[in-house]
Design a protein around this ligand. Structure first.
Ligand code: MN
Length: 497
């Protein structure tokens, strides 16, 4: 579902003060840097070398070319020599895509025995990058700065990680959310200003009557439903819970029809995320469970009870993590219940059905169980437990006059014992820095019970996305303490009004 072959441009700044020989070296060096970084195999997208920029005309043209090029997701800038920063003003003013300032130099070590003034003039990133950085700061332009030698794995990996943020920034404006139900009655945190979300993030959020999509479900040919049920049966374990096998299969088939019908509707109308609501199911026979879980695994965003903000965030994370080798998964999630035993504190995460199987650890099974909400027949769902390890939980909230993004580092664990009577997929985590401070900080910041959850992005990546969108980002991590957080929220309320 992510079709574009994005690339990033590498732009080197210099000037003609030091003569043609120096400029030839500058070009040669930047070509080598681009070549070696591409060869490293660590970058998820291709770096494209651009000719050295020495004046405001060439700088302005490069940034406008980058704006106009659909494949270019960002520009990486580096000042090899001194590059007077007034010549960057016009170009930077007109540039609209993500910007990375790579603060590096060609040589790793000072050449103690041979260094002279010519070498110093040619290799003065420490000098030139400060002049350039000054004007970017003065102009208040959001950018990423990465410091270190370009050959170091740590530096290349940080660039790789920023590239995914940049693609998230570029792709955010393509996200379209399908609402087939309004917000759950009386619920506050899942509400929000959809017009402001489109202005800030570029999201299009549209509503359709649920029965319009139901027609697509109803029209799915029986043969297609049967084929998909066969696929489910070959892929997943079955936990019958004593139910009649035929009756069980009939329930599963309802979800297969929903998956096919919903996906056809989403594709036809070009939506990438969907929200449902158990209180508004129209003619649907079951609350979409297994069907939504499968759609999320395919890359669609999802939010329950009409939660379009979380649906769009899940889709954004699916885009940012697309094609990661050994990805551990991304899902819609909900804080449910606690374990408060000292030393074993954590939050059991689940939803009534809709957790993405991309986060599963080990076997995935189908169960058909009653659901008190929704007043429909027992829905089929996939059950599993989630992987262990570090992850992030993200909540985007609307404070009435602005958005706030809350990002919590969490440590996922196995529950101490299995929970055989719980018929839903689960994760279990301890929020950083610990449950006591993490939960207090989350609640102080106004974080929701719904989250967008992923193992495959860092807080830095999603926080940089938020910064690029111009919204407040609150990190809750190993360094969080309540006293400082309260001050931060107070100061931010002044800064962001
Ligand atoms: Mn919910």
């Amino acid at each position: 579902m992510l079709s574009k072959n994005y690339e990033f441009w590498f732009a080197t700044g210099s000037q003609d003060l030091y003569g043609d020989e120096c400029l030839a070296h500058v070009a040669e060096h930047s070509k080598i840097i681009v070549e070696k970084m591409n060869e490293s195999g660590l970058l998820p997208f291709k770096l494209v070398w651009k000719p050295t920029l020495i004046d405001s005309v060439s700088i302005r043209k490069l940034f406008n070319d980058a704006n106009a090029d659909d494949n270019c997701a960002g520009v990486i800038t580096w000042m090899h020599t001194f590059s007077p920063a007034k010549s960057w003003i016009l170009g930077l003013q007109e540039y609209r895509k993500p910007l990375l300032h790579l603060h590096t130099q060609f040589n790793e070590e000072i050449p103690y025995d041979t260094i002279d003034m010519d070498f110093m003039n040619e290799n003065q990133s420490a000098h030139g990058d400060r002049e350039y950085g000054h004007i970017v700061s003065r102009m208040g332009i959001e950018r990423k700065i990465i410091v270190g030698h370009w050959s170091h794995e740590r530096v290349i990996k940080r660039i790789a990680s920023w590239m995914r943020t940049a693609v998230g920034i570029a792709e955010s404006s393509h996200i379209r959310v399908l609402r087939i139900a309004d917000n759950m009655r009386n619920v506050a945190v899942t509400e929000g200003d959809k017009v402001e979300a489109q202005i800030k993030f570029g999201w299009e959020i549209d509503a359709y009557p649920v029965n319009e999509i139901y027609e697509y479900v109803n029209d799915v040919p029986a043969g297609e439903v049967e084929a998909l049920v066969e696929e489910y049966y070959s892929k997943y374990d079955l936990i019958l819970d004593g139910r009649d096998e035929k009756e069980f299969r009939r329930h599963v088939a309802v979800q297969a029809a929903i998956e096919i019908g919903f996906e056809k509707f989403l594709k036809e109308k070009n939506y990438h995320a969907i929200v449902t609501h158990f209180g508004d199911l129209g003619n649907l026979k079951q609350l979409p469970g297994l069907a939504i879980q499968r759609l999320m695994e395919k890359g669609y965003g999802f939010g329950a009870e009409g939660d379009w903000k979380t649906a769009a965030m899940v889709r954004l994370m699916k885009i940012m993590t697309a094609d990661i080798k050994d990805a551990k998964g991304t899902s819609f999630m909900e804080d449910y219940t606690y374990n408060l035993v000292p030393g074993k504190e954590g939050i059991l995460q689940a939803h009534m059905l809709e957790i993405c199987p991309s986060i599963s650890d080990g076997p995935v099974a189908i169960r058909v169980c009653p659901l008190s909400m929704g007043e429909r027949e027992d829905p089929a769902r996939l059950v599993f437990t989630a992987k262990t390890g570090p992850a992030i939980a993200v909540s985007l909230i609307d404070l009435g006059n602005r958005f706030r993004l809350i990002v919590n580092d969490v440590e996922c664990k196995k529950t101490e014992k299995p929970m055989p009577k719980l018929p839903v997929a689960t994760a279990f985590w301890t929020p950083m820095p610990n449950l006591e401070v993490g939960a207090e900080a989350w609640i102080l910041a106004g974080g929701a019970h719904h989250t967008a959850f992923t193992y495959d992005l860092t807080a830095e990546q999603i926080g940089d996305w938020g910064a690029a969108m111009g919204i407040e980002v609150v990190y809750i991590d190993k360094d969080t303490n309540i006293k400082d957080l309260k001050n931060q929220l107070l100061w931010n309320s002044v800064a962001f009004r």
